[in-house]
Design a protein around this ligand. Structure first.
Ligand code: F6R
Length: 594
């Protein structure tokens, strides 16, 4: 959470900082601010979005500066709590992402020593500690200050009279962007794509020092070499390309995302194109760990892997797994995290690594922390996802899981061949859903009047009911619950009435008959029903109020087409309700706190 940017070069820093912050807003957007160093430090911050700060901030002169967009943890969103924070003499300015767990003790100590702290944040202790330890060398002062700090941090420090930026990290991401005659420090790659695609990933314990012409990294008090990488994402990838919202653009990118994630190995019919299996046959059981939407991908992965491979798969919410006393031994653990930075996922990954469990991560972000913990990485090729609601990265995770399962040597070759042929058709099938928006928009208009909605599914589409409900609630603020269709009668039936629509995902598989029975039970309680059903189904139209048609696909791939329809349903419902679709209230895309 929270986005950080730092710039040093020959250009005016202010507009670069503000532009970069606008690319980082998915990390947090309840307040923002910048500090620019000219003859002194000029700070402007407020509890507003970056777009507003761009309009109202006074000109701040200088070619070195830092900026921050916040997701509040300690203290409400307010101008005082917004970053950057300064020392007593406004000579040092700091932006921070993370949580300082011992800040209360540090705050008391600093106050008793005469420091005047003005915000409610944990972060404000950092500039004061640096002020306390500064004896002419900023790097040393930052190091001494951070030696006192417990918790997680990515910080960038600016000081009057020091023509450099100093950065440090522990359990929060930070990268250096390398330019010509200018350099950057940022939480994430999208912040710098307008200026450079040359990136150095900082490691925990590193202190990075950037000047206009150079980058130095000190690790464990001596210089270290960190490789420079060229990132393949471009600045176009983080623009709306004519769409009204990033979410809509990202939903429409999904045919391309499926093709790219499948890659040469799956798409080529040339037998010469081969890749070694990702899962070898020594794997006898699997543990999948993930949160939120990625957890739903994990649940689908369980159905696919158990069906095709016949090996048991346990799927756990990573945030719950963290607090178990005993680590459950497993042959292999798969973490699914689009950002690769979710604290709830990284913590158990580290524990499993220590316990010698083989770990594989499925992630969308090259160089993310999860890739550095895992033994093995499978990259999804969704490209940067800006909308806070995960869409294309979810579908890419499903494709990666299909590919992972199909790579297992034990899969029957005839079945594999058949499924790969179907996988190749999937981009076209998803395109058909995208071309059917008129029907979905009608349903969205209808749904937008209600305050409570249930989503029901069975079998491999039960996780899609969970995901459909999550998407709808997070962007439209309609209370939505996902249920296994058979479970409604075990309690939630008490809530059904004509004001509570039910969205039923009707798959043409072995759950079909019983699903129709469940729909009839719901209709008998007067709830309106919208079905998501395939275009071959001639029965469903008679039973329900509205139908969203999707193309018929093989049952293990039905979650993909169904989820795309439900993403569009959530999107258009939120649009009818006038919600902030790309940046829903209280949320952030990269959840780097527990
Ligand atoms: C919902 C959503 C979240 C994330 C969750 C995990 O649309 O995006 O539920 O799925 O925060 O994030 P990652 O996948 O980055 O670990």
């Amino acid at each position: 959470m929270c986005g950080i940017i730092g710039y040093i070069g020959s250009r005016q820093a202010q507009s670069i900082l503000l532009n970069s912050l606008s690319r980082l807003e998915y990390r947090g957007y309840d307040s923002c601010g910048i500090a620019v160093c000219g003859s002194g430090i000029g700070v402007y911050k407020d509890a507003v979005r970056v777009e507003m700060l761009q309009k109202v901030s006074p000109p701040l002169d200088g070619s070195v500066g830092i900026g921050h967009t916040r997701w509040a943890t300690h203290g409400e969103p307010s101008p005082m709590n917004a970053h950057p924070h300064c020392d007593c003499n406004s000579k040092i300015a700091v932006v921070h992402n993370g949580i300082i767990s011992n800040y209360q003790r540090l705050r008391q100590q600093l106050t008793s020593e005469g420091h005047n702290l003005v915000s409610e944040t944990d972060s404000e202790v950092i500039p004061h500690l640096i002020e306390k330890y500064y004896e002419g060398n900023l790097e040393k002062a930052v190091e001494a200050a951070l030696d006192e700090v417990e918790g997680s941090y990515a910080v960038v420090v600016l000081m009057v009279g020091e023509p450099k930026l100093v950065a440090a990290k522990k359990d929060a991401p930070l990268i250096i962007g390398v330019g010509d005659g200018e350099n950057f420090i940022a939480s994430d790659v999208p912040a710098i794509l307008d200026y450079t695609n040359r990136v150095i990933y900082l490691e925990d314990g590193d202190i990075g020092v950037i000047t206009k012409d150079g980058v130095t990294i000190l690790g464990n008090k001596t210089g270290v070499d960190r490789k420079e990488h060229t990132v393949l994402w471009s600045s176009q990838d983080v623009q709306k390309a004519g769409y009204e919202h990033f979410m809509l653009k990202e939903i429409h990118e999904q045919p391309r995302v499926i093709r790219d994630t499948l890659g040469e190995y799956m798409l080529s019919t040339d037998p010469g194109v081969e890749r070694g299996p990702i899962l070898d046959d020594s794997v006898e059981d699997l543990l999948i760990l993930a949160c939120g939407t990625s957890y739903h991908a994990g649940l689908i992965g369980k159905y696919v892997i158990e069906e095709l491979l016949g090996i048991p798969v346990r799927v756990e919410l990573a945030s719950e797994f963290n607090h178990r006393d005993r680590t459950i031994a497993s042959m292999m653990a798969i973490a699914i995290t689009q950002s690769g930075e979710t604290a709830d996922v990284l913590i158990p990954m580290k524990k499993l690594r220590q316990a010698q469990t083989r770990t594989l991560v499925i992630t969308n972000v090259p160089g993310s922390t999860a890739t550095r913990i895992a033994n093995q990485t499978v990259y999804t090729k969704a490209g940067p996802e800006v909308g806070v609601a995960a869409t294309k990265t979810f579908v890419a995770q499903l494709v990666a899981l299909y590919e992972l399962a199909l790579s297992y040597p034990g899969v029957n070759p005839r079945i594999r061949e058949h499924l790969i042929a179907e996988l190749r058709q999937l981009p076209a099938k998803v395109q058909q859903v995208l071309d059917n928006t008129h029907q979905i928009e009608n349903c969205a208009r209808y749904l937008s009047r209600y305050d409570n909605v249930f989503f029901i599914g069975r079998g491999i589409n039960f996780p899609i009911a969970l995901e459909g409900a999550l998407k709808l609630k997070e962007i439209s603020y309609i209370h939505a619950e996902g249920y296994a269709a058979g479970e409604l009668k075990h309690g939630p039936f008490a809530l059904l009435d004509r004001d509570t629509p039910v969205i039923a995902i009707v798959a043409h598989d072995n759950t079909y008959g019983v699903m129709l029975t469940n729909i009839k039970e719901v209709k008998a309680r007067k709830s309106p029903v919208i079905a998501v059903a395939d275009d071959v189904d001639e029965v469903i139209g008679e039973l329900v109020d509205l139908v969203i048609r999707v193309p018929r696909v093989g049952s293990i791939f039905s979650p993909v087409v169904n989820t795309v329809a439900l993403q569009l349903l959530a999107y258009h419902t939120a649009r009818h309700r006038g919600c902030s679709i790309d940046f829903p209230r209280n949320l952030a895309k990269s959840v780097t706190v527990e």
